[in-house]
Write a protein that binds this ligand. Sequence first.
Ligand SMILES: [Zn+2]
Ligand SMILES: [Zn+2]
Length: 153
Amino acid sequence: MSSKTIQVSIPADAEGYVSFQCPHCEQRFKLGADEFEDSDAINLFCPSCGLAHELDHFYSKEFIDKAMSIVEQEAMEMIYNMFKGLERKNRGNKFVKFKTGSKPKVYIKEMYENIDELVEAELKCCKKHLKVTVLDRLIGVYCSYCGVKNDFE
Ligand SMILES: [Zn+2]
Ligand SMILES: [Zn+2]
């Protein structure tokens, strides 16, 4: 049995930010997609509560839902192709008849971006950009990359 890697990339919003959700306080925030990819971060700090956790705990529920439906669709494709193969193999066989119907379709959930009103902020420590709630921006945020508290005036 061969294994298959399914890659799901995190979709960015119109300004090039990707969504995350803190596993500790459930606060949503966004990080600049390019800056995030360049950082090779293993842990992220929540801008709101300042606690760190491994990166994969920060993926938002929407992202996980989307990843799951892509995996589901890939699995359906594999099963479909397997049956197609059986159908072809047994074409001349009078006793076994396989007929594959039309390709199954899985609805891929749309990402619900922009449910929160998030504002951009530039982190002075790492010179990277993130989006946080208006309140968090007002009281200051922790850098998602290095954990340093940033205040904005
Ligand atoms: Zn948090
Ligand atoms: Zn920093």
